[in-house]
Ligand binder design. Structure first.
Ligand code: AMP
Ligand code: ZN
Length: 473
């Protein structure tokens, strides 16, 4: 099996080969913590969570870094509007981020660095870029300096967006009062203004530009060349283009910053991009008050991560119905009386194996979760058909349980709780002992065994074909 990933840098599907064997360095751009995140922002958080889980499932050790942007214009204006400090605002919305992300089953990042806690690294990387001649300082009236990246000095600029400097320039927006050599030059460091948080730097007090934090924090935690960098498609330009230019300009000697660039498609609402600035957004908080978190995950994974997806009540309701079907199958499986042995189970195991192979095939094809979800429902159909049978041997139960647990660990759409400690062999031994003591009319010991198993969530059922056990829900 070969994992193929669509790389936005080459616009082709490529075989995934990490820098370090069996290890993946993965950086995903995180939220600006000035408000609750909306359901469009939830898309990258959920889909890249699943990509990471799949890589872990394949046996890679994954270092997953997702930053918090805790200083920028939006942070400053919101903090001022609320009469609190930027740090207090960040603290509040990082806590709110985790409430929503945890509820949506998004595994926490290995490292979740904040821009304001990495000023030394940010200043350090800007100094390197200056030393290598790819940036310049512009004095401002306050006496502090702005530092700009010099796009003309960096020949590969535009390599990710696949556009020349001239083409990019046509779409550039020039802010009033900026003193730049080229309209596409962007701020690495901004001179401080009164009433704004600022940090000491070689260019006077100021604060970092947006893009530089990701370059600084990614090289600190993942090194100069990383395997995967991800974010929404809107980040391709300018954010990721600028990150690549900064990181590669700082590293020098033709080093590649990112080997695989991955971008998720937009979540649309009424055919337009959902965004804060358009005012057409629904917060993840509001969405999960209306729909079960598992349904939100299933909805997001029912499309390929690069395709656009339309946020509409029908889609969410359909996903909620899907989650009910998944959970019912799991509950029925746990309730199913388990017999012994493996009689007649071969056709089931064969069909399951074929579907399982298909699951890996589609996930290996650029993480096609839409197809993987389809496979999961086929497996549920298969399990449900077998659950109607009178005789369910242990081997059926073990295979079905193992499969559903595995898909849930990767996709997180069934909501299976951590496994209770159940040792089927031990249960079998206790059932045999109970049968023996009952023959001797030692009902005290027989009841003791039944009660002890019940306390561990196992129900015994005496049938004409012997004693079967099942889990209590
Ligand atoms: P922000 O906090 O605005 O930087 O956004 C956090 C993440 O959400 C980034 O990866 C964005 O690209 C992504 N994003 C923002 N809006 C959408 C949307 N409507 N659909 C999908 N992803 C989005
Ligand atoms: Zn970033």
């Amino acid at each position: 099996m070969t994992l193929m990933i669509y790389n936005d840098l080459t616009r082709t599907k490529e075989k995934f080969v990490p820098v370090r064997e069996k290890h993946v360095s993965f950086y995903s751009c995180g939220p600006t913590v000035y408000d609750y995140f909306h359901i469009g922002n939830a898309r990258p958080f959920i889909v890249f969570d699943v990509l990471r889980r799949y890589l872990e499932h394949l046996g890679y050790g994954v270092t997953f870094v997702q930053n918090f942007t805790d200083i920028d214009d939006k942070m400053i204006s919101r903090a001022n509007a609320e009469g609190i400090t930027v740090a207090q605002l960040a603290e509040r919305f990082i806590a709110e981020y985790y409430k929503d992300a945890d509820a949506l089953g998004i595994h926490r990042a290995t490292i979740a660095p904040r821009a304001t806690e990495h000023m030394a690294e940010i200043i350090g990387i800007i100094e390197k870029i200056l030393q290598r001649g790819h940036a310049y300082v512009v004095e401002t009236p306050s006496g502090s300096g702005d530092v700009y990246f010099d796009v003309k000095s960096y020949a590969p600029y535009g390599k990710l967006s696949k556009q020349s400097l001239d083409e990019l320039e046509a779409g550039a927006r020039v802010e009033v009062g900026e003193v730049k050599r080229h309209p596409l030059d962007f701020a690495l460091w901004k001179a401080g203004k009164p009433g704004e948080p600022s940090w000491k730097s070689p260019w006077g007090r100021g604060r970092p530009g947006w893009h530089i934090e990701c370059s600084a924090m990614s090289s600190k935690y993942l090194g100069e060349t990383i395997d995967i960098h991800s974010g929404g498609v809107d980040l391709t330009f300018p954010h990721h283009e600028n990150e690549a230019a900064q990181s590669e300009a700082a590293a020098g000697s033709g080093k590649n910053f990112v080997n695989y660039w991955l971008h998720n498609g937009f979540l649309l609402i009424d055919k337009g991009k959902m965004s804060k600035s358009l005012g057409n957004f629904i917060t993840a908080r509001a969405a999960r008050e209306k729909y079960p978190p598992l349904a939100i995950r299933l909805f997001m994974l029912s499309a390929h991560y690069r395709s656009p997806i339309n946020f509409a009540p029908e889609g969410l309701e359909q996903a909620a119905g899907g989650v009910t079907r998944l959970r019912n199958c799991w509950a029925d499986l746990l309730h199913a009386p388990v017999g012994e042995g493996a009689d007649g189970v071969t056709p089931f195991l064969e069909e399951l194996k074929a579907l399982d192979g298909r699951f890996y095939e589609v996930m290996d094809d650029d993480f096609n979760t839409a197809a993987a979800v389809g496979v999961l429902f086929e497996i549920v159909k298969l399990v449900n058909t077998w659950l109607k049978r009178e005789h369910l041997p242990q081997a059926f139960f073990d295979a079905a349980e193992g499969a559903l647990r595995k898909y849930d660990e990767i996709l997180g759409v069934i909501g299976i709780e951590a496994a209770p400690d159940i040792d089927a062999d031990e249960i079998k031994r206790l059932i045999e002992e109970r049968a023996a003591v009952r023959k001797d009319k030692n009902f005290a010991r027989s009841d003791e065994i039944r009660d002890a198993l019940l306390a561990r969530g196992i129900v015994l059922e005496d049938t004409p074909h012997g004693t079967k056990w099942k889990r209590k829900l």
